[in-house]
Structure formats: structure tokens, C-alpha cells
Design a protein around this ligand. Structure first.
Ligand code: NAD
Ligand code: UDP
Length: 338
């Protein structure tokens, strides 16, 4: 029996493939390469030390999915495939609803048809919306998302929960990620954003390598210790290991569970910039600018449910995250393009 990993060539998916294989699972990977490259798959195979089947397929292609389920014995799906650019989702919302929401519906329909009813889904802290105070706990009411991307995650959580109510054979773990950063410690795989990065860590590392002139820090007047935004940064390898534990759980239980994957510790934007400089001995020039519309002051998790339900806890600290991000960036200044 194998676990199907959709979006397995992407940033979090590629790290998860390696951790799943290390934990003894057989995997099958699907990706349409919309936001990833074949080189990521080559390197993932090399680091995993074991080959696995790969299908270039879109999750909205029901026939393509059926073929994967017919050719492999799939017992659960880890579902990463989705579009994730918040700003773009405001410009082209239908593309996001089609890819993320419709894509998940098609995937679930084929799964049900093929008798595979276990899914680990990539949700996000964004489903907590603007009103809930941190630390965020899974029993808080979700919704009130500020953009279409966030709404796709909110809607999919609802769809998957409805599915579990309608059919008690379904098992779903909704993993709410906080801020994944860092890279595999080999420096061979990592985050490879297209164009100018939107997220903090890829921006910081591209400034450090000289590709971008300086970081703009969005606001220093938040109600936080140094005024800059506070986030719950989590090492992508810790996050990947959370998927191994969630898969173990989903194979042994039914019903829907939402689980935060974070460290529970908030660091500010300036904390991260200073830790990056310190860990790597590089400079990161920055300038303070206005707040970015839609940003919140402090967002961090209460990670205790992941510990009690899944037996998972983040192990890596901010220094590891900064060091590993820099190793990836400095060894691959052009990402996978070389
Ligand atoms: P990513 O873009 O690196 O990986 C997603 C992968 O899915 C890509 O390889 C892409 O080609 C593939 N894909 C997209 N649409 C597809 C489709 N229709 N059919 C097949 N493949 C498709 O993103 P990531 O950072 O690894 O994120 C993985 C998941 O986690 C996403 O669902 C994302 O929304 C979610 N998430 C990410 C973060 C983050 O900060 N990175 C935070 C919270 C949630
Ligand atoms: N941020 C910043 N400059 C950047 C990118 C991000 O100051 O170029 C800040 C942002 O305002 C937030 C934090 O860094 O406080 C994390 O932002 P990111 O986009 O990485 O993740 P988010 O929490 O918004 O999903």
C-alpha cells in the first residue's frame, strides 16, 4: 500500500516525500509542475535514496487520477496541490476557486469511487481570520478570511468535514500550517519562488545574496515587543514530519480533525532578520515601510493538540531555519533553474 502525495514536487511536498520514505512509507507522487520543476523531483528522489512512481497530472483531471489509483494501491492521500499566492488570488479569484476548491472536489470524488477515504490536507493559519487572538487553538471559530486564497482553505476544510459527516468511513486531518521556512539540511531542495518573493524568508535570503537591494519591513507600529509583525516560523522539515504523524493517525482513525502545525513561539520580523545575520554572518539591509494591507500584528499557534493527538512537536529552532534557508539559497542562487 502507498500514500499518494499531490503537489509532491513543491516546497513542502518535496520535503514530505523524503520524510515519508524515511519513516518507511511507500509513496506515489503527482504534480502538474505549475509551480515546480522536474529538477525538484530528481533531487527529492536522490535524497530519499529510493525511487517512487511519479505522474505528471492535474488534480482536476479525473481520468488521470483514476489511472493512478488503478495502477497503485493507494491507502491515503496527502494533498498539497494548490495555488498559494495571496495577492494573485485577489486578482484572479476564479482560478483559485477552480484549482483549489474544484480540484479538491474532483480528487475526493475519485478517491471515494476508488475506495480510498483518508486524506491529510494542507490548510493554513489563515483560516483563523482576523478576529481570533493568538495563541490560536483549533476549537476557535474559523472564517472571516481576508482574501480568496484564505477562503479556498476555509471552504475546503468545510467540504472535507461535511464528507466525514456524510460517510463515517472518511478520515481527514486538516493541518493548519503556520509560517514554514528553512530547507533540507543538504541544501539540495528548498523554496524556489517565481519572480520577486512575497514571503519574508525568501526575500531576506535574496537580499543577503545580493539579488535584491534591501528588505522592506512592513510596519514597525504593531502592538508587538519591537513593533514589527510576529509570526510562528516553523522549519519545513519539522512540518514534513508532522505529515508522517498525521498519516499514522489518519490510517488508524476516522472522522475529521483540525491540527495546528507550529512551534508555539512567535518571533518578530526583526528577530528573524537579526537571527539570519547572526547565523550566517551576512548582512541584510532593510528599510521600514508602511504596513502591508491585510497583515495582522501577531499570529502564533498553540501547538498542544498536535502533541497530544499526533505525538508531534517541532524540534528545530530559528537558528536552524536561518542556517538551512541560507545554505539552500547560497548553493542554488537561481533555485532549480541551473
Ligand atoms: P508549492 O507551490 O511549492 O507546491 C504546490 C505544488 O502543487 C506545486 O508543485 C504545484 O505545481 C502543484 N500544483 C498546484 N496546482 C496543481 C494541480 N491543479 N494539479 C497538480 N498539481 C498542482 O507550495 P507549498 O508552499 O509547498 O504549499 C503546499 C500546500 O500547503 C499548498 O496547498 C499551500 O496552499 C499550503 N500552505 C502553504 C504555506 C506556505 O507558507 N508555504 C502555508 C500554509 C499552507
Ligand atoms: N514581511 C515583511 N517584508 C516582506 C515580507 C513579509 O516585513 O517583504 C512581514 C509581513 O508583514 C509579516 C511577516 O513578514 O509580518 C511574515 O510575512 P509572510 O508574507 O512571510 O507570511 P504571512 O504571515 O503574511 O503569511
Amino acid at each position: 500500500m502507498a500514500i499518494l502525495i499531490t503537489g509532491g514536487c513543491g516546497y513542502i511536498g518535496s520535503h514530505t516525500c523524503i520524510e515519508m520514505i524515511k519513516a518507511g512509507y511507500d509513496i506515489v507522487v503527482l504534480d502538474n509542475y505549475y509551480n515546480s520543476k522536474p529538477e525538484a523531483l530528481n533531487r527529492t528522489r536522490e535524497l530519499a535514496g529510493k525511487d517512487f512512481p511519479f505522474y505528471e497530472c492535474d488534480i482536476r483531471d479525473a481520468e488521470g487520477l483514476r489511472r493512478i489509483f488503478k495502477e497503485n494501491k493507494i491507502e491515503a492521500v496527502i494533498h498539497f496541490a494548490g495555488l498559494k499566492a495571496v495577492g494573485e488570488s485577489v486578482q484572479i479569484p476564479l482560478k483559485y476557486y477552480d484549482n483549489n476548491v474544484n480540484g479538491t472536489v474532483v480528487l475526493c470524488q475519485v478517491m471515494a469511487e476508488m475506495g480510498c477515504k483518508r486524506m491529510i490536507f494542507s490548510s493554513s493559519a489563515t483560516v483563523y481570520g482576523e478576529k481570533n487572538p493568538s495563541p490560536l487553538t483549533e476549537d476557535m471559530e474559523i472564517g472571516g478570511c481576508t482574501n480568496p486564497y484564505g477562503r479556498t482553505k476555509f471552504m475546503i476544510e468545510g467540504i472535507l468535514s461535511d464528507l466525514c459527516v456524510s460517510d463515517p468511513e472518511w478520515s481527514v486531518v486538516l493541518l493548519r500550517y503556520f509560517n514554514p521556512i528553512g530547507a533540507h539540511e543538504s541544501g539540495r531542495i528548498g523554496e524556489d519562488p517565481n519572480g520577486i518573493p512575497n514571503n519574508l524568508m525568501p526575500y531576506v535570503s535574496q537580499v543577503a545574496i545580493g539579488k535584491l537591494a534591501r528588505l522592506s519591513i512592513f510596519g514597525d507600529d504593531y502592538d508587538t515587543p519591537d513593533g514589527t509583525g510576529v509570526r510562528d516560523f516553523i522549519h519545513v522539515v519539522d512540518l514534513a514530519r508532522g505529515h508522517v504523524k498525521a498519516t499514522d493517525y489518519a490510517l488508524a482513525h476516522t472522522g475529521a480533525e483540525a491540527v495546528n502545525l507550529g512551534t508555539g513561539t512567535g518571533y518578530s520580523v526583526l528577530d528573524l532578520v537579526n537571527a539570519f545575520k547572526e547565523a550566517n554572518g551576512v548582512d541584510v539591509p532593510y528599510v521600514i515601510v508602511d504596513r502591508r494591507p491585510g497583515d495582522l500584528g501577531a499570529v502564533y499557534s498553540d501547538p498542544s493538540k498536535a502533541a497530544s493527538l499526533l505525538g508531534w512537536k517541532a524540534e528545530k529552532g530559528l537558528e536552524d531555519m536561518c542556517r538551512d534557508s541560507w545554505r539552500w539559497q547560497s548553493q542554488n542562487p537561481k533555485g532549480y533553474a541551473e
